[in-house]
Design a protein. Structure first.
Length: 160
């Protein structure tokens, strides 16, 4: 894994070699949210099937909502993880969203101002993403089966 004690600035690209290392990157990002930093409360996750998006959410939740069982909300579309003394954490999976009607019938807009949103499969809803968001792209690396490249940036930043 790319040495990382904390993610202190974005944009940043990192490499991980296991799901646990992917979780550690996400946990570092969650610590920035806990510090009430200037990050927008929406994390847009991009990547192919099986690349580690849910592992990323699991790592984030391990810090922000510890003790919560994180599962992919593929069929439920959204899971809510309540936290003590913090805004709730919402975990979306947009894999099955095929239209505006699907998205808005689930009450998507109602969640955006209520807590921290981590959203998988954002490539399926580009028209519905907040302009200011943390963008996380997870890619498989061809040289090793478990190796991932994770790129994080804040959308609306000219560097992203």
């Amino acid at each position: 894994m790319t040495p990382l004690s904390e993610i202190s600035s974005l944009p940043r690209s990192l490499f991980t070699d296991s799901p646990e290392e992917t979780e550690a990157v996400a946990a570092s990002l969650a610590r920035l949210f806990e510090a009430d930093g200037p990050l927008p409360p929406f994390v847009a996750l991009y990547g192919d099937l099986g690349v580690g998006k849910t592992a990323f959410v699991r790592g984030f939740a391990s810090v922000y909502a510890p003790g919560r069982l994180v599962r992919s909300p593929t069929f439920a579309l959204v899971n809510e993880y309540r936290t003590a003394g913090k805004r709730p954490l919402f975990h979306f999976d947009m894999y099955r969203i095929t239209s505006d009607d699907d998205l808005y019938s689930m009450g998507y807009d109602d969640y955006l101002d209520r807590g921290i949103c981590l959203c998988e499969w954002c490539e399926n809803i580009p028209y519905a993403l907040p302009e200011k968001r943390v963008q996380v792209v997870i890619e498989k690396c061809p040289e090793a089966a478990d190796r991932r490249k994770i790129t994080l940036c804040v959308k609306e930043d000219p560097i992203c």
